[in-house]
Design a protein around this ligand. Structure first.
Ligand code: FES
Length: 374
C-alpha cells in the first residue's frame, strides 16, 4: 500500500471548484447493494448542524462554487432541508436535490420549491416495480417514485432520472429511456455501478457480461440519436470493460469537492479509502482554506504526482490519471496508473476479473442502514 507523504508547501490558489456535493446524511430508506457511501457510516448525532451547513454554503459561494448537489443517503430525512435549500438560494448557488423520492409529499415538495430549489434528480433502481423494489429492497418504492416524479414536473421543477446500471437491470435500459420520457424528465443518467466500498462486496452479483454491456452501449447511442432535443442521455461505461480510464471527478481537486455528513471535505466520495491522506473538516477550517491547503486535495492535484508513463502520455490532461481510488483498490498503490488504462500492466488482469465475476451467481448483500446505530 502506498502511504503518500502529505504536502507541506503552500501552493498557489487553484482554480475555483464548480460543484460541491453536500452529503447531508447517510441515513436512507433504500438498501441498494451498490451503495456508494463509505462502509463506515456517519451516525445521525454526528451530522453537521443547520448553521454549519449554512456557513459552508456561504463559503462555497465565496470560493466560486456554482452548483450544490444536496445528497445522502436520503437528504429529505433532514428536517432542515428547506432551510438548507433557502441558504443555497440566498447565496446564489444552484441547488440540485438528489433523492430516492419515497418520502417527499406534495406539501414538502412545494415548500422546497418555494425555498428556491432549482432541480430534482430522482434515482430509479429499475424500470418496473419488480426490479426496482428488489434492488432497493423496499416494497412499494417504485410506485412512490412515479408519484413523486409526477409531482416534481407538476410543481414546475426540472427532473433528471438517474439509474445505476448492473447485471440485474442492464436489460431494462430501453424501458428506462421510455420511463424517462413518460415522466417528463429532461435528462437520463445511466451510470454503471462503481465498484468501491459496498459495491465491491457485491461485485459477483452486479458485474454484467461484456457482450451485454456492449449491446447496451449501442442501444444508448441509438436512443441518444433518436431523442436529440427531447431527452439528454448521459452514459458511464463500466470501468472494468473500458480501454481508457474515466477522468474521475474531472481531475482530483480540479472542479469539485464533497462534504461528508460529519463535515470532512473530500476530493471524491471514496477518498477515505486511501491510507495516509488527512481530510480537513469544515468545523476547523474554511472551505477556501481546505480547497487550497488541505494535504488531501494537493496529493493528486495536477500532473506532477503521476508516474512517468502517465506524465508523458498525451491524455494526461484529458483523463487526469483516471481514478486514484480504483488504482489503490486494484493494485494496492494509489499512485499507480489506473489499471483501466490499456497501457497499465494490470489491465488484462482486471478484464479477466470482470469476466469471472460476471459468471458468478451471488445474491445481493443489501446495505441495511436501519441496522446502523442512531
Ligand atoms: Fe476517488 Fe475516483 S473515486 S479518485
Amino acid at each position: 500500500m502506498n502511504t503518500r507523504p502529505e504536502a507541506h508547501q503552500s501552493p498557489p490558489m487553484p482554480p475555483a471548484p464548480i460543484g460541491m456535493l453536500a452529503e447531508l446524511t447517510h441515513r436512507c430508506p433504500l438498501q441498494c447493494p451498490y451503495c456508494s457511501n463509505p462502509v463506515e457510516l456517519t451516525r445521525k448525532r454526528e451530522e453537521l448542524e443547520t448553521e454549519t451547513w449554512q456557513r459552508v454554503f456561504a463559503e462555497a459561494a465565496e470560493l466560486g462554487v456554482l452548483q450544490v448537489h444536496l445528497s445522502g443517503g436520503e437528504p429529505a430525512l433532514r428536517q432542515d432541508l428547506e432551510a438548507l435549500v433557502a441558504s443555497c438560494a440566498e447565496h446564489g448557488l444552484y441547488s440540485n436535490l438528489i433523492t430516492a423520492g419515497v418520502n417527499i409529499g406534495r406539501a414538502r415538495l412545494e415548500a422546497l420549491a418555494d425555498a428556491g430549489l432549482d432541480h430534482v434528480q430522482l434515482s430509479v433502481q429499475g424500470a418496473t416495480a419488480e426490479v426496482n423494489d428488489h434492488i432497493a429492497n423496499l416494497p412499494g418504492a417504485f410506485d412512490k417514485k412515479l408519484a413523486f416524479a409526477a409531482e416534481v414536473t407538476d410543481v414546475g421543477l426540472p427532473l433528471t432520472l438517474n439509474s445505476v446500471i448492473h447485471r440485474a437491470n442492464l436489460r431494462q435500459i430501453p424501458d428506462l429511456v421510455e420511463l424517462a420520457l413518460e415522466l417528463g424528465a429532461r435528462r437520463l443518467e445511466i451510470a454503471h455501478a462503481q465498484y468501491y466500498g459496498w459495491a465491491l462486496q457485491n461485485r459477483g452479483a452486479l458485474m454484467p457480461p461484456r457482450e451485454q454491456v456492449m449491446e447496451a452501449l449501442d442501444l444508448v447511442e441509438a436512443a441518444r440519436e433518436r431523442l436529440k432535443g427531447k431527452l439528454v442521455i448521459d452514459a458511464v461505461v463500466p470501468d472494468y470493460y473500458a480501454r481508457l480510464p474515466k477522468p474521475c471527478m474531472n481531475g482530483w481537486g480540479r472542479q469539485s469537492l464533497n462534504v461528508t455528513p460529519a463535515g470532512k471535505v473530500l476530493p471524491c466520495h471514496a477518498a477515505e479509502t486511501i491510507p495516509g491522506l488527512a481530510f480537513w473538516n469544515v468545523n476547523e477550517h474554511s472551505l477556501g482554506d481546505i480547497w487550497q491547503h488541505s494535504p488531501a486535495f494537493n496529493a493528486y492535484r495536477g500532473t506532477d504526482w503521476m508516474p512517468d508513463a502517465c506524465q508523458s502520455c498525451e491524455r494526461r490532461e484529458i483523463d487526469w490519471g483516471g481514478c486514484r481510488c480504483q488504482a489503490l483498490m486494484l493494485t494496492g498503490d494509489a499512485t499507480q496508473m489506473d489499471p483501466v488504462c490499456e497501457r497499465s500492466p494490470y489491465h488484462d488482469e482486471i478484464q479477466t476479473l470482470a469476466i469471472v465475476d460476471s459468471k458468478r451467481d451471488d445474491d445481493f448483500t443489501y446495505r441495511r442502514f436501519s441496522r446502523q446505530p442512531a
